[in-house]
Ligand binder design. Sequence first.
Ligand SMILES: Nc1ncnc2c1ncn2[C@@H]1O[C@H](COP(=O)(O)OP(=O)(O)OP(=O)(O)O)[C@@H](O)[C@H]1O
Length: 211
Amino acid sequence: MSVERALVLAKPDAVCIRQAPITAVETLLKSINGGKLLCFEHHVVPTELAEQHYEEHKGKGFFPKLLNFICNPNGVIVMVFEGVNAVKTIREVFGPTFVEKAIQVECLRGKFGSCGGINCFHSSDSAESGARETKLWTDYFKIELNEEKAKKDFDEYKAKYDGKYKSDVSKVREIVKKIRADSEEYVNAMKELSDCDDFLIKQLLASIILN
Ligand SMILES: Nc1ncnc2c1ncn2[C@@H]1O[C@H](COP(=O)(O)OP(=O)(O)OP(=O)(O)O)[C@@H](O)[C@H]1O
């Protein structure tokens, strides 16, 4: 039995889904033995921090999309939890990385995730990474770890949003499915005109959709 710290992020999708961080905090405080919330702060993530946070994935094919997602202007809610075996407990509460797998079990990524790696939450994967990530994020944003302040910040968030918006993401998942199917068609059509890779073509599509 060891007391550990874990960095938890409500990722940009969970920042938009207002009820998701509330459910996460309340579920985690109930689930972690002796669980404490030590910070609850909203921040927009600069690329240099994202690169350090996800350094183990540098060079992998999905790295640019991972940075693009976590640096989204919706920002993230930075949380630090402490408790006995906190890392394992949090990862069980969040569930599998990919939403298609997460929806097969009772877990928060399955409840709130949109698709693939757009899975609402990050949590440190070992006590060592918990310590490393907590230091990285708290140093970067000069966050003070303080249970009282975290409670106040969370209570303010809760007073503003609890029960104001739905928790059911099923309509959003249907739309995401359609967009993904259309995006494959777009990539195939562009490939007749281009040797650009799929990521760059999808970035163009994102610009078109947002225009
Ligand atoms: N093959 C992939 N394709 C797209 N995105 C991926 C892929 N693998 C991982 N990701 C994204 O990168 C994040 C980090 O991957 P990792 O393998 O560390 O999973 P995790 O530990 O479950 O997630 P996290 O680190 O966010 O808690 C995932 O949460 C997901 O958003």
